[in-house]
Design a protein around this ligand. Structure first.
Ligand SMILES: *Cc1c(COP(=O)(O)O)cnc(C)c1O
Length: 395
């Protein structure tokens, strides 16, 4: 076992295996003992181009030698370039950059409340979804619908009303004078890859239009090519008023974004900010990542690999008597018997495959978007072996 000293100087915030990761390359992660793992978590769906991709390495090295931070009081060329690229390739007009998904969502909540104050008689309430996940700041925890967060860190930030995902009648019944927005993930990621569904998203768009309120999509996990299109809203054939990005946009570095239509952009100077917002080092990486995603054939590859992995998981599920396969593109989940997910993920890690047990009955797969067919097949082969061992009578 590697040196354990680090384990008692870091605050305990989650249960981690006694491994220390030291190096990554593409779909592979290496620990301090030299073991290698096929990584289908990829920094929690953040390494969109895999570990240490050349495009990100080059962007970081070049920008680090050029300009790291002129302060947020000045424009810088990299954040302008990234905002131009994002707006040219989406339905949005303006961008605010942040450092994490939670911070981008916090900004979305503030923007909606400001819009309510300016345009809707101080309406401030935001309708969010049960089991939704929007981050770990106090406001984004308050917006999230994780059941076991309900009693944590009370009192929460008020102004969030939760409804069941997919229940358009419940949303309709909840809209009132104080309602300013509806906020949700197009696919609930942390909850176990639960799609909101095209019909629901279109219904929400119509409701928002009818009542003159905003639709906010949290695409921190689904955006930046993860579902095989640049953004998930495009697959639903709707346009949100506000969208947040995180995770994949930074290809592994802390970068996030809040995007909005012109009509919604009502921050006055001083309302929003942050020391690192739009810093050129991270923005340069965002440009490099987005330029890769926009290359001809890149998103098609995501869709192909997603279909290959989903088909393989369905075969595996049938062979081993497991549950349904959910998700789109390279955000996929496999249902396993209740309570088994953690031990399957652990057994897989022992066999050199890293996957996430997002719920006691759900395994989640979020490989690099440029994962190869061989690597997808490798993941399936290891998982098949793990399931076979677990089913053997003497185990
Ligand atoms: C990960 C995630 C967040 C939080 O992002 P952080 O960068 O961890 O703050 C918010 N929303 C969704 C949908 C996420 O998946």
């Amino acid at each position: 076992m590697s040196s354990l000293s680090a384990f008692d100087t870091l605050m305990t915030i989650t249960n981690r295996p006694p491994l220390i990761m030291t190096r990554g390359e593409g779909s592979w992660l290496f620990d301090s003992d030299g073991n290698r793992y096929l990584d289908f978590i990829q920094g929690w769906a953040v390494n969109s181009l895999g570990h240490a991709p050349q495009a990100v390495v080059d962007a970081l090295a070049y920008q680090a030698s050029r300009l790291i931070s002129p302060s947020p009081a000045f424009y810088n060329d990299r954040s302008i370039r990234l905002a131009d690229l994002l707006t040219a390739n989406s339905c949005f007009d303006r961008v605010f950059f942040a450092n994490s998904g939670a911070e981008a969502n916090e900004g979305a909540i503030k923007l909606a409340r400001k819009w309510g104050a300016v345009h809707k008689q101080n309406a401030f309430e935001i309708i969010t979804m049960i089991n939704g996940f929007h981050g770990r700041t106090l406001a984004t925890m308050s917006a999230s619908g994780k059941p076991h967060w309900q009693e944590l860190f009370e009192p929460k930030v008020p102004g969030f009303v939760k409804v069941p995902l997919g229940d358009l009648d419940a949303v309709t019944a909840t809209i009132g004078e104080r309602t300013v927005a509806i906020m949700l993930e197009p696919v609930q990621g942390e909850a176990g890859v639960i799609p909101a569904g095209t019909e629901f998203l279109q219904g929400l768009r119509n409701l928002a239009d009818e009542h003159g309120i905003l639709l906010i999509l949290d695409e921190v996990q689904t955006g930046m090519g993860r579902l095989g299109s640049l953004f998930a809203y495009q697959q639903a054939g709707i346009e949100p008023d506000i969208m947040t990005l995180g995770k994949g946009i930074g290809g592994g570095v802390p970068l996030a974004a809040l995007l909005a239509k012109e009509a919604v952009c009502c921050f006055a100077p001083g309302d929003q900010g942050g020391t690192y917002n739009g810093n050129p080092l991270m923005a340069a990486v965002g440009c490099a990542v987005l330029e890769e995603l926009l290359r001809p054939g890149f998103l098609e590859h995501v869709r192909e690999m997603g279909e290959r992995l989903a088909a393989g998981l369905r075969t595996l599920s049938a062979r081993h008597g497991l549950g349904e396969v959910r998700g789109t593109g390279l955000l996929l989940a496999l249902a396993v018997p209740e309570g088994n997910a953690d031990s399957v993920a652990e057994a897989a890690r022992d066999q050199g495959l890293i996957i996430n047990a997002t719920r006691p009955d759900t395994l989640r797969f979020m490989p690099a978007l440029n994962v190869t067919a061989d690597e997808v097949d490798g993941c399936l082969a290891i998982l098949d072996r793990v399931c076979s061992i677990r089913r053997a009578p003497d185990q």
